[in-house]
Design a protein around this ligand. Structure first.
Ligand SMILES: [Zn+2]
Ligand SMILES: [Zn+2]
Length: 663
């Protein structure tokens, strides 16, 4: 008993990870905006303060008097804090609201409960439930026509109520279980959730709108080199990325509010006595909005409770439409019950939830207007990034010298290739395994090519060795940064360069070989990602690939860390940052979503099983993210940079830097 309890505690703790992640991102964005942009470095941006002066002094307050445009700074801070407060308020209200569960009236009275438990025949049990439900305001049925009853909570489920396996309770007007707030979104907090999405997107808009001018200055190199620059760069990207993803979710939920539909009902229409009806709960646009946001418009903007209904969902229109069909339930014959029960028993676990990913035709069939728009937009995005990439290939091919151009063509191809593969995966869920493997193999080559690019920019292997032969390279970097701070510096030699190259190259080769092996095993049913048994192959191959990945990232990180000061003029830092971003998004994000799907946090919604829906989600996010990255990469690589300073001048600069460091 104890281990299962511990396991449950572990799982509960794990469920807080996405919330922690969001809070860290929000906390960092606050720091980057308020401290780095508005308070400290503002003077730097205006170019009024000498950098050396800045370095010697740690206190920002000394420079406050010199800020020329105080009004702008204060207005930024005020607007930012208004949206920040509203966003955090709505977010925490969504997290902290306890989901509303059915009242005691929906539980079986003691006598009926005993009867129900003793009864073994399903149709008799249904009869008992029907008798109880006659006195309750319950108008929806299972797809088979039976009374909806939760065996775990032992209640007759009110209309729109569903059992959440993560919260382990029945939730009134359940919309979905949201991992990002680690709570069920339903009757008690749907308004807060929609406000949270709205304020989150406004928060991103405020950040993007005010940061963009510094962002542009950054690209056009009008700003001095400070660490604030990178906070600003990432602030803009992160805000833009979140904005796109949140906006699509927000527009979907606003559409649902207008239709008085929950996400679950949008996937599977509620069944009334006269059959399934997607719009069964709709009361007309105005009343639908009031049902979520309350009658008084003055409270709409604030995440406070403003509707006083009981959440059981007895809409007057439902009453008038369906009541005459439900009252004469008693006249139904036993045969009809039997038939209904047979269907109901088959339906309790929707077969689609256990199935493999759906066919492309099923995906297209279940698309509604919103889905078509979303799919269309995403397909356009991946097409645009691919076309831009092809155009850029021609440009690079014409303008760049030989060994460098193939390397750059490989590296800039990562984002468009991943976006295109994700687009295929989105339309054809059954092919996800192949598309994922193609993009992963491609990226494995890119890891090696980034190393090659750094070496080529420094003049190829010969040029590289001329500069660095005998120099101590710091190797406490990359994936092992925390655990081996005390690692000694290693002098650079031809052998060391060989090992660095080999370390990165092995991944490109082995990853491809192992992917092919996985596909061969999979065709014979020996490879299944969800199979976590010790006898399965996935549990052996995947950690091995993980180790190979870390081994290959290390040489690239070492080379970058020890050479980036020489390559600043080539914008190597943002280029490297983009490569890291692709790495994090394509590996980490996908794994997090996969774990959430395996764990059941991402609910099953026919025709998608949890896993298929999770992978669908990550494909869609990937397309948007890769689209943005390919645009940025285009700006970064499609520029002519000044040639590197000669070695002698370089050494001079190095000694200068070293002296500064020692001081
Ligand atoms: Zn339940
Ligand atoms: Zn839940």
């Amino acid at each position: 008993m104890a281990p299962s309890h511990a396991l449950r505690c572990c799982k509960r703790a794990l469920n807080w990870i996405p919330v922690l992640f969001i809070n860290l991102v929000v906390g960092w964005s606050y720091y980057a905006y308020v401290v780095e942009l508005c308070v400290c470095e503002y003077t730097d941006f205006m170019g009024r303060v000498d950098r050396s002066q800045w370095r010697t002094s740690c206190s920002c307050s000394q420079f406050r008097d010199t800020i020329p445009n105080n009004a702008e700074r204060i207005s930024y801070l005020v607007v930012f804090h208004v949206f920040f407060t509203m966003f955090v308020w709505a977010y925490w209200k969504t997290i902290c609201s306890t989901p509303a569960s059915p009242s005691k009236a929906f539980g079986l009275p003691r006598a009926e409960k005993e009867l129900y438990e003793r009864e073994e025949q399903a149709e008799r049990q249904q009869e008992i439930l029907k008798k109880v439900a006659r006195n309750l305001p319950v108008y929806t049925r299972t797809a088979g026509g039976a009374i909806r009853y939760c065996d775990i909570c032992q209640v007759v489920k009110p209309d729109r109520c569903h059992h959440c396996s993560t919260c382990e309770m029945c939730v009134l007007k359940m919309d979905h279980h949201c991992p990002w707030v680690n709570n069920c979104v339903g009757f008690s907090n749907y308004k807060f959730f929609v406000l949270f999405l709205a304020y989150a997107s406004l928060y991103c808009v405020v950040i993007c709108a005010t940061v963009i001018q510094y962002f542009i200055k950054f690209w056009t190199k009008q700003l001095p080199d400070t660490h604030a620059k990178f906070h600003i760069l990432f602030l803009f990207f992160v805000a833009a990325m979140f904005f796109i993803s949140i906006l699509s979710l927000l527009s979907y939920h606003l559409w649902l509010v207008g239709k008085n539909r929950t996400t679950i009902e949008a996937f599977r229409a509620p069944v009334f006595a006269n059959g399934p009806d997607k719009s069964g709960f709709s009361l007309g646009f105005g009343r639908n909005v009031a049902e979520v946001f309350g009658d008084e418009a003055k409270y709409w903007m604030f995440p406070v409770v403003s509707n006083h209904a009981d959440g059981v969902g007895t809409s007057p229109c439902v009453l008038s439409n369906n009541i005459q069909h439900t009252v004469d339930d008693s006249k139904e014959t036993i045969e009809e019950y039997l038939h209904a029960m047979e269907e109901a028993l088959n339906i309790t676990i929707d077969p689609a939830c256990l199935q493999e990913p759906p066919l492309a035709s099923d995906v297209i069939q279940q698309l509604d207007v919103f889905g078509f728009c979303l799919y269309g937009m995403l397909t356009c995005m991946s097409c645009i990034s691919l076309l831009l990439y092809l155009e850029q290939c021609v440009y690079i091919y014409k303008k760049m010298p030989y060994p460098k151009k193939t390397t750059i063509i490989w590296i800039t191809g990562a984002a468009p290739v991943i976006a295109t593969m994700a687009c295929f995966g989105m339309w054809i869920p059954k092919a996800v395994m192949f598309t994922d493997m193609t993009s992963n193999c491609y990226f494995a080559v890119v890891v090696y090519k980034v190393l090659v690019l750094i070496i080529e920019e420094l003049g190829g292997s010969d040029g590289f060795m001329k500069r660095f032969l005998g120099e101590g390279f710091r190797i406490n970097t990359g994936p092992c940064c925390c655990c081996c701070l005390c690692l000694p510096r290693v002098p650079m030699s031809w052998r060391m360069l060989f090992w660095l190259k080999l370390g990165a190259l092995q991944y490109a080769i082995l990853k491809t070989v192992l992917s092919v092996l996985c596909i061969i095993l999979w065709t014979n049913g020996y490879f299944d990602l969800s199979d976590l048994e010790i006898t399965g192959t996935a549990i052996w191959i995947n950690p091995f690939i993980g180790v190979l990945t870390i081994v290959s990232l290390w040489p690239v990180a070492i080379t970058f860390m020890n050479t980036n000061s020489h390559l600043r003029g080539l914008n190597i830092v943002p280029k490297y940052a983009m490569y890291q971003l692709i790495l994090v998004l394509s590996q980490l994000q996908t794994s997090i979503i996969n774990i959430l799907a395996l764990d059941g946090t991402i609910a099953c919604a026919p025709p998608f099983s949890s896993q298929a829906r999770g992978s669908m989600l990550s494909q869609q996010m990937m397309i948007m993210e890769m689209f943005i990255i390919s645009l940025v990469n285009r700006c970064l690589y499609r520029r002519t940079y000044d040639t590197l300073p000669s070695e002698a001048r370089d050494n001079e600069q190095n000694t200068k830097v070293l002296v500064e460091h020692d001081v």
